[in-house]
Design a protein around this ligand. Structure first.
Ligand SMILES: CC(=O)N[C@H]1[C@@H](OP(=O)(O)OP(=O)(O)OC[C@H]2O[C@@H](n3ccc(=O)[nH]c3=O)[C@H](O)[C@@H]2O)O[C@H](CO)[C@@H](O)[C@@H]1O
Ligand SMILES: C=C(OP(=O)(O)O)C(=O)O
Length: 428
């Protein structure tokens, strides 16, 4: 078990290259199951979610070669082996194995997913979609059993706008007979990326990125090569770091359009932002003005940036209200930020941040991935040394974090925990 140590308070500058999007990668990899010949995906982030999914595909018979940023999957010998336990519990996106295996084999047994604990994260809309396509779905001892004699296209209205349900239904529907229409679909860029891969594989999909997606099922899908989109959440995290401590930080390999909600908030705060084709330049400002944010589905402010943004608000002048309309309990980072001297109180779905304060280094624990990101931002801003445990969460989503931050001039390193520290972390 390791901890991350950050000697904070120093200005940062230089450039940072953004990796491929985690939330695309974790859907693209299961999507390869649908092909009947090899698929290569390039530009992947080097994160544990990707490694776990690669391992899961091997477990069910796939031939997998995973390097730092590329995966080759030969799915010819994949079988619909039940995966009720084990690695599926380590990440959220293992739910995409349901849609992909149902699409290819018309049956699947997949344990309920893990991932970040952000309050309740039901998958009722995924199941509603699979049932509409003709699958019988049961939940037996924490695993979802799916079986269909055949999948038939259907009109599916999502009661909740869900990224996971939209992609999962798409994965199954590409191999259904006839037309599927997903209404009230999510519009996140990762959905377009998955539709692009499926289309290269031979699927017929129209409207990905809008709230109505039409899919005409096909009899078979073939292998292809796909290049993933950049991670807008990783990019947003480095933009926040640039706004907090940057004396000029260039974010490289980014699609500025994906980050318009964050850029708009930065401009309200007085952060200097310049965008070009695939780069964003950020310069902090010692006199930041506080703002309110409300998380919304894309293109609104992403819930996945809410936690790191909250850390930034501690150094802004005034009071900022952070409301999470997607996950009303995504506030486990707040107690840890308070240990670092932040003045934040939580009221219902909102965190009220009063600034500016000088954060102080402390021993803190990441309870989930973006809580970890918020503590890294705070650690870079704080006076003294911050020690962060719970790195397994951060490693799910940030590729080469220390390397990238060191490249910007940060002092950040990993150390092994002592036995006493391990016991302390396990009991906390
Ligand atoms: C692997 C992945 O891509 N994870 C992202 C995905 O998660 P995930 O796909 O799990 O999130 P959803 O978009 O499905 O969830 C959005 C909201 O809908 C609710 N809901 C969802 C499905 C359902 O069947 N029933 C239901 O009520 C959820 O509880 C939540 O309040 O989108 C989230 C919202 O942008 C992000 O925070 C996650 O980083
Ligand atoms: C919540 C997140 O991930 P997951 O859905 O994979 O748990 C995230 O990326 O912030």
């Amino acid at each position: 078990m390791e901890k991350l140590k950050i000697a904070g308070g120093y200005p940062l500058k230089g450039s940072v290259k953004i990796s491929g999007a985690k939330n695309s990668a974790v859907a693209l990899i299961p999507a390869t199951i649908l092909a009947e010949s090899p698929v290569t995906i390039e530009g992947l982030p080097d994160i544990s979610d990707v490694q776990i999914l690669g391992g899961l595909l091997e477990e069910i018979g796939g031939k997998v070669a995973l390097t730092n940023d590329e995966i080759y999957v030969d799915p010819s010998n994949i079988v619909s082996m039940p995966l009720p336990n084990g690695r599926v519990k380590k990440l959220r996106a293992s739910y995409y194995l349901m849609g992909a295996m149902l699409g290819r084999f018309k049956k699947a047994v997949i344990g309920l997913p893990g991932g970040c604990h952000l309050g309740p994260r039901p998958i009722d809309q995924h199941i509603k979609g699979f049932e509409a396509l003709g699958a019988k779905v049961t939940n037996e001892q924490g695993a979802i059993y799916l079986r269909a004699d055949e999948l038939r296209g259907a009109r599916i209205y999502l009661d909740v706008v869900s990224v996971g349900a939209t992609i999962n239904i798409m994965l199954a529907a590409v191999r259904a007979k006839g037309r599927t229409i997903i209404e009230n679909a999510a519009k996140e860029p990762e959905i377009i990326d998955v539709a692009t891969l499926l289309t290269s594989m031979g699927a017929k999909i129209k409207g990905a990125g809008t709230d109505v997606i039409r899919i005409d099922g096909v009899d078979s899908l073939r292998g292809c090569r796909h290049s993933i989109i950049p991670d807008r959440i990783e990019a947003g995290t480095y933009m926040i770091i640039g706004a907090a401590m940057g004396e000029g930080v260039m974010i490289d390999n980014v699609i500025p359009l994906h980050l318009e909600s964050l850029i708009a908030k930065f401009r309200e705060m007085g952060v200097i932002v310049e965008t070009s084709n695939d780069q964003i330049w950020i310069a902090g400002n010692k006199d930041l003005k506080s703002v309110d944010i409300k998380t919304l589905v894309y293109p609104g402010f992403p819930t996945d940036l809410q936690q790191p943004f909250t850390s930034l608000l501690t150094r802004a002048n005034g009071t900022g209200v952070v409301t999470d309309t997607i996950y009303g309990a995504r506030f486990k980072h707040i107690d840890e930020l308070r240990r670092m001297n932040a003045q934040i109180k939580v009221e219902g779905r909102s965190a009220i941040v009063t600034g500016p304060v000088q954060l102080q280094g402390a021993k803190v624990k990441a309870s989930d991935l973006r809580a970890g990101a918020s503590l890294v931002v705070a650690g870079l801003m704080a006076e003294g040394v911050t020690e962060i445990t719970g790195l397994e969460h951060i490693d799910r989503g940030y590729s080469h974090l220390e390397e990238k931050l060191t490249g910007l001039g940060a002092t950040i390193w990993r150390e092994n925990l002592t036995e006493a520290e391990i016991e302390q972390v396990q009991n906390s």
